[in-house]
Ligand binder design. Structure first.
Ligand SMILES: Nc1nc2c(ncn2[C@@H]2O[C@H](COP(=O)(O)OP(=O)(O)O)[C@@H](O)[C@H]2O)c(=O)[nH]1
Ligand SMILES: [Mg+2]
Length: 191
């Protein structure tokens, strides 16, 4: 059986759980390129990802998923387009503990609108064990609002949105399955 190789992009603000999620789900120890943070993020985290995370996941059907985490800081956003190239879909992690999670949501949906339009997106809200609001229903409503205001022609009105704890492998795999399923149904392919 021919193995298909796909690329999944994980994005979201610093601290939203990208490195943790890829570590939780990867079959091999993931590669992360870290350096001591030299900017404001140092206040948030002593060490932060500056280049990217990479992990690999072998599916039961023989397919292989390559998992890439984007660097969070905006000074690395020139890399996002390169990373997104050829991606099968996007995992957007939003940290509910942050001040303006809806601002983060709008920002990342806009930054990755091309990949989202062409493929698909699933949203994972992390940190809900620490801060329960906004709720998942609030996120769905906000997502619909952002899409209604966007210029995108093929913008989806609803996407899978989950509460996830990036430390829990099961949470991440459920979210990934939903992404793969939504992409396969959108393309009319069998899942
Ligand atoms: N309490 C809690 N902590 C989480 C959750 N998801 C991730 N974390 C923690 O948040 C911190 C930041 O995660 P990290 O993967 O480094 O974020 P990144 O900057 O997006 O790569 C880590 O200490 C994680 O263990 C969650 O759902 N709840
Ligand atoms: Mg990281």
């Amino acid at each position: 059986m021919k193995k298909n190789r796909y690329k999944i992009i994980f994005t979201g603000p610093v601290g939203s759980g990208k490195t943790t999620a890829i570590t939780s789900i990867s079959d091999k120890p993931p590669i992360s390129t870290n350096e001591a943070a030299s900017d404001m993020t140092a206040i948030r985290k002593a060490e932060t990802t500056v280049a990217m995370d990479y992990g690999i996941l072998h599916l039961d059907n023989g397919d292989i998923l390559h998992l890439y985490g984007t660097p969070g800081q905006q000074r690395f956003d020139f890399m996002w387009e390169i990373l997104a190239e050829g991606g099968l879909g996007l995992v957007l992690l939003i940290d509910n503990r942050r001040d303006k999670p809806f601002g983060d949501l709008a920002f990342y949906l806009k930054a990755f609108h091309q990949l989202i339009d062409e493929t698909g997106v699933v949203i994972g809200v992390t940190g809900m064990d620490i801060k329960a609001t906004p709720t998942l229903a609030d996120y769905q409503a906000e997502f619909a609002k952002i899409m209604a205001n966007s210029q995108a022609k093929s913008a989806p009105t609803a996407v899978p949105i989950f509460e996830v704890d990036a430390r829990k492998k099961r949470d991440i795999s459920v979210m990934l399955e939903a992404l793969l399923y939504s992409i396969s149904t959108a393309e009319g392919n069998p899942a």
